[in-house]
Design a binder for this molecule. Structure first.
Ligand code: PMP
Length: 352
């Protein structure tokens, strides 16, 4: 009886930052952009809605791929697009990690990677980052089934330079290396230029952070024709239209509006620097961030308790109850006003 239950998949899913329905909260827990998307993107959505929603999206989202290709100075056949970079990276895991050896990613990193490994039955190892949360390059100089590194890393916010990625690739010519650049626009250096040098490098990116379009779900990958064509084949084996028409229209408008992009990114960087200085002045250790969030700790306080206190004051940040980082919090950079509310509440908490 009920034998079908034995065949159900038992899997522990990734848990994203809480999307509270409460009103008037200060939401600094999901690395969302505090500013609206480019007005050009909103206009493009409205115009598209007026007449064209009854059609399927443009085949293979070609206009969006073209816009991304021209922004990054690559050819259109070097670009893949998907339903958020989560979709793109999940597809890349399925497409490229079919060898017998474990894949490698840091012990402290984006917590979706181990979930995909379990979902797709991919064996993995997690070399430890050092005491300063830096990735130890030598740990990736051994035989492996693939490598995934976010650069900047999350939730540490630390960025490595292009030479680091170049060195990583020069050693690893027998497996696919994915560099997840979800946060690179906030001060990191993109390694897209290395795609011309290394056929086994895939660089992924997203419109969710620096382009304020998390709600639409637009992610992309840039890589050699050899890698991109496999991603296309795997994607087209389960869903031809992962990127909807509104995402194509808004994505194109957004990437073409360079001025708006530059101005929101620089506002966020300025606020991040202010926030970092203020937290340090209150006794926090704050890692040097190249992202739209900071990773902070304070030896003199119970950080989980502070996280709960802030939540009770309607200020939402992110706490990970995980080894090595359970005395840290990740705080998204909000508007100046939101950050001031956060800092005032922390000041009250620390002063208690
Ligand atoms: N990579 C990293 C390191 C992230 O933090 C995130 C956001 N949670 C993603 C990829 C995925 O972002 P999205 O699916 O919104 O593009």
């Amino acid at each position: 009886m009920n034998n079908w239950k034995n065949n159900l998949r038992n899997i522990e899913p990734y848990v994203p930052g809480e999307q509270s329905k409460e009103k008037n909260i200060v939401k600094l827990n999901a690395n969302e952009n505090p500013y609206p998307p480019s007005p050009m993107a909103v206009k493009a959505i409205k115009e598209y809605c007026a007449d064209s929603l009854r059609f399927y999206p443009p085949a293979d989202a070609t206009p969006l791929k073209q816009a991304i290709a021209s922004f990054y100075g690559v050819n259109v056949e070097n670009v893949f697009v998907g339903n958020g970079s989560d979709d793109v990276i999940a597809l890349a895991f399925q497409s490229f990690f079919n060898g017998s050896e474990p894949i490698l990613f840091p012990d402290i990193t984006y917590s979706f990677y181990p979930v995909w490994c379990r979902l797709f039955n991919i064996d993995y190892e997690t070399p430890a980052v050092d005491d300063n949360f830096r990735i130890v390059l030598d740990d990736y100089k051994k035989s492996n089934g693939g490598i995934v590194i976010p650069n900047p890393n999350a939730p540490t916010s630390i960025c490595e330079n292009i030479d680091f990625v170049d060195d990583l690739l020069s050693f690893n010519s027998d497996s696919v290396v994915i560099i997840d650049e979800a946060y690179v626009d906030f001060g990191g250096v993109s390694c897209v230029e290395l795609v011309k040098k290394y056929e086994n490098l895939l660089v992924t990116g997203t419109f969710s952070k620096s382009r304020s379009l998390a709600g639409l779900r637009i992610g992309f990958a840039i890589g050699s024709k050899a890698l991109i064509s496999v991603l296309e084949a795997v994607k087209n084996s389960y869903n031809s239209y992962t990127v909807d028409s509104l995402s194509v229209a808004a994505g194109v408008a957004s990437i073409n509006d360079r001025e708006y992009f530059n101005s929101t990114v620089s506002k966020i960087i300025n606020t991040r620097n202010y926030m970092t200085n203020q937290l340090r002045a209150m006794g926090f250790e704050v890692l040097d961030s190249s992202t739209n969030f900071v990773f902070a700790s304070n030896k003199n306080i119970d950080i989980k308790d502070m996280f709960e206190y802030l939540k009770s004051k309607k200020v939402f940040i992110r706490y990970f109850d995980l080894p090595r980082i359970n005395n840290y919090v990740r705080i998204t950079v909000g508007t100046d006003r939101e950050v001031q509310i956060l800092l005032d509440e922390i000041k009250k908490y620390v002063g208690d």
